[in-house]
Ligand binder design. Structure first.
Ligand code: HEM
Length: 290
């Protein structure tokens, strides 16, 4: 019988290398934090540095959790679903640390923290995302699925898209000058959310390679436009001027290119896996006919 803390065992109680790798992945930011310990402690604002790190990694793991379903379909690797819950709960652990560190930064003055969280816009948005995240984590157990019933549980867990959206807004709101990383995050989350919308709209479970290609071009273009409009508003310059430097790689690689690159890798993966599967399928048909 598998115990809840035996994270390296799969549902059937067998050792799972995939689970061990995901556990290691989830622990990397913690290990990096310990490794950078001395630099963090001697930095200007150690707790603030830790708040940033925990928030950033929570967002990264939330993104990876959302990527599980599209990736397992595209890579034809069904086993991935076994680590989705682990990734989601891991993301929540980082967001719980994010809030705890914020409270520590406020010297555990809960009255002051509650006032700030309900009066500052970026904290209202972050706090709302946090509550949504907590609801998802609290209902991530097998018994919660049984209690709620499959359909209601799935509906409740669609809250993850609202949480992701609010988390991105919170990220943008507290970013002071350079929006490059938030814009990249928005592009990648945009791809994942638009993928689901397209699946729902086409009444299918699998998108064709052509649809994935069109999705990638559309989301990458929106990332270029979104970043240009954001910079134009923040620095009162023309968005066309910002867009015109997109091809000037000396200025840096814009997030739109990175979204395009990541999306095209997915398109190639889908194409290769599709061809591979149809070759195996035809071999099976030939073998059955002989
Ligand atoms: C009550 C809930 C929350 C509080 C009090 C809070 C508070 C904060 C604070 C104080 C900062 C740093 C701001 C600064 O230095 O100016 C921050 C940054 C950040 N937060 Fe939150 N936050 C909350 C919820 C969330 C949630 C739910 C997420 C995402 C899943 C999130 C992700 C981030 C990210 C990505 C950053 C920026 C990290 C970076 O700079 O790399 N936060 N948050």
């Amino acid at each position: 019988m598998k115990r809840p803390w035996q994270l390296w065992l799969d549902r059937r109680g067998r050792f799972s290398m995939l689970r061990v790798l995901v556990l290691a992945l989830l622990l990397i930011p913690l290990a990096k934090g310990i490794y950078d310990g001395s630099a963090i402690v001697h930095g200007a604002r150690p707790i603030n540095e830790l708040i940033h790190r925990a928030g950033f990694w929570a967002l990264v793991f939330l993104g990876i959790t959302l990527a599980v379903t599209p990736f397992r379909r595209i890579a034809r690797y069904g086993n991935l679903v076994d680590v989705r819950r682990m990734l989601g709960v891991g993301a929540f652990c980082y967001i719980a640390a994010h809030l705890s560190l914020y409270l520590a930064d406020q010297n555990f003055d809960f009255g002051k923290a509650a006032y700030e969280i309900t009066h500052r816009w970026y904290l209202i948005v972050g706090g709302t995302a946090w509550l949504g995240f907590a609801a998802l984590a609290a209902t991530s157990t097998d018994s919660a699925v049984r209690r709620l019933g499959g359909l209601r549980w799935r509906r409740l867990h669609q809250l993850v898209y609202a949480v992701a959206l609010l988390a991105l807004i919170h990220y943008f709101q507290q970013t002071k000058a350079d929006v490059t990383v938030p814009a990249l995050a928005a592009g990648l989350f945009g791809w994942l959310i638009c993928y689901r919308l397209l699946v729902w709209w086409q009444h299918t479970t699998e998108l064709s390679t052509l649809s994935l290609f069109a999705l990638t071009i559309a989301v990458a273009s929106l990332t270029f436009i979104g970043e240009a409009v954001g910079i134009a508003i923040a620095f009162h310059v023309s968005p066309m001027r910002v867009l015109s430097v997109a091809f000037d790689f000396n200025v840096g690689i814009r997030p739109g290119w990175e979204v395009l690159g990541a999306g095209l890798l997915v398109v190639v993966l889908d194409f290769v896996r599709g061809r591979w599967n149809s070759r195996i399928e035809s071999k099976r048909v030939v073998a059955a006919a002989e």
